[in-house]
Design a protein around this ligand. Structure first.
Ligand code: G3H
Ligand code: 13P
Ligand code: NA
Ligand code: ZN
Length: 328
């Protein structure tokens, strides 16, 4: 059944688990997520970005998610809009049937320019008023996602600030977080703790000086009743990088957020964990390997089946590690 983010994360908080929120753009991702949820008895958050709507088209995306609800009626599904850039974008998603929206007012409407606190409060409060009137949940964001190591937001062409961010923007301030939640009434808050979107998060395995799990604890101590969200939470599996590079790929050395660090975050109030890149890497690795090993195959179902299996196994691993398994 389709449920709201609030319903799911209240349950997650009560039972001390976290929920991966996987980005979805196509049928194969949707099938991989649902097969993993079905096998592990996990509730699901699927999220669609502006890029996903552009790629698949809003009606296809909507029906893809609703098809999942229909095929797996026993699995709770949150249909979430990722990184909405204005209250108007959120309104259109609500009209499309999303049960949850993110109003990312940490950036201006262009999705690139860091916005000030007053702007963020204004757009987020407006989105909350509209969404809550429709029974839809809202995730806000305070602080700018970006690497504490490089000061870069990460993603070149997608969501994220342009240019180099200063250090104070890269870690959400606990006091400001408390004010923000009181002023906006958001259901969940995305916080900046040193992660960034995309595959190029860290040039070495991250330690406390470039990934601040400590900051999660400080924010959670200040606002224990607010569900915290970690964006940029792909772990960038080294085995998938090796598979890609062994079959014609050229991805330079890079590291993501270790699963153990996310599990530590979940102990301190993180309830929603955004993952996109890991499924992209698994899919690409599986397809590259299949086509390299089966050069005469040309039926897309053959290599896309490999893509589904690879993504499904990543989803299963996250559901199990985050304690989502068994909670559906
Ligand atoms: O927030 C970023 C997600 O990974 C979505 O990426 O904008 O390329 O669809 P995208
Ligand atoms: P990754 O790029 O680390 O997968 O993060 C995805 C994300 O935060 C989507 O909002
Ligand atoms: Na989001
Ligand atoms: Zn994000």
């Amino acid at each position: 059944a389709l449920i709201s983010l609030r319903q799911l994360l209240d349950h997650a908080a009560e039972h001390a688990y976290g929920v991966p929120a996987f980005n979805v753009n196509n049928l194969e991702q949707m099938r991989a997520i649902m097969e993993a949820a079905d096998r592990t008895d996990s509730p699901v958050i699927v999220q669609a970005s502006a890029g996903a709507r552009k790629y698949a088209g809003a009606p296809f995306l909507r029906h893809l998610i609703q098809a999942a609800v229909e095929e797996f009626p026993h699995i709770p599904v949150v249909m979430h809009q990722d990184h909405g850039t204005s209250p108007g974008v959120c309104q259109r998603s609500i009209q499309l049937g999303f049960s949850s929206v993110m109003m990312d007012g940490s950036l201006k409407e262009d999705g690139k320019t860091p916005a000030d606190y007053a702007y963020n409060v204004d757009v987020t409060r407006r989105a909350v008023e509209m969404a809550h009137a429709c029974g839809v949940s809202v995730e806000g964001e305070l602080g700018c996602l970006g690497s504490l190591e490089t000061g870069q937001a990460g993603e070149e062409d997608g969501v994220g600030a342009e240019g180099t961010l200063d250090h104070s923007q890269l870690l959400t301030d606990p006091e400001e977080a408390a004010q923000f939640v009181a002023a906006t009434q958001v259901d969940a808050l995305a916080i900046a703790i040193g992660t960034s979107h995309g595959a190029y998060k860290f040039t070495r395995p991250p330690t406390g000086d470039i990934l601040s799990i400590q900051r999660i604890k400080e924010i959670h101590d200040r606002i224990p009743d607010t569900h915290l969200v970690m964006h940029g939470s792909s772990s960038v599996p080294q085995e998938w990088l090796e598979t890609i590079n062994a079959h014609g790929g050229e991805i330079p050395e890079t590291y993501g957020v270790p699963v153990e660090e996310i599990v530590e975050g979940i102990k301190h109030g993180v309830r929603k964990v955004n993952i996109d890149t890991d499924l992209r890497l698994a899919s690409t690795g599986a397809v590259r390997r299949f086509l390299a090993e089966n050069p005469s195959e040309f039926d897309p179902r053959k290599f896309l089946k490999e893509s589904v299996t690879a993504m499904r196994d990543v989803c299963i691993a996250r559901f199990e590690a985050f304690g989502t398994a068994g909670q559906a």
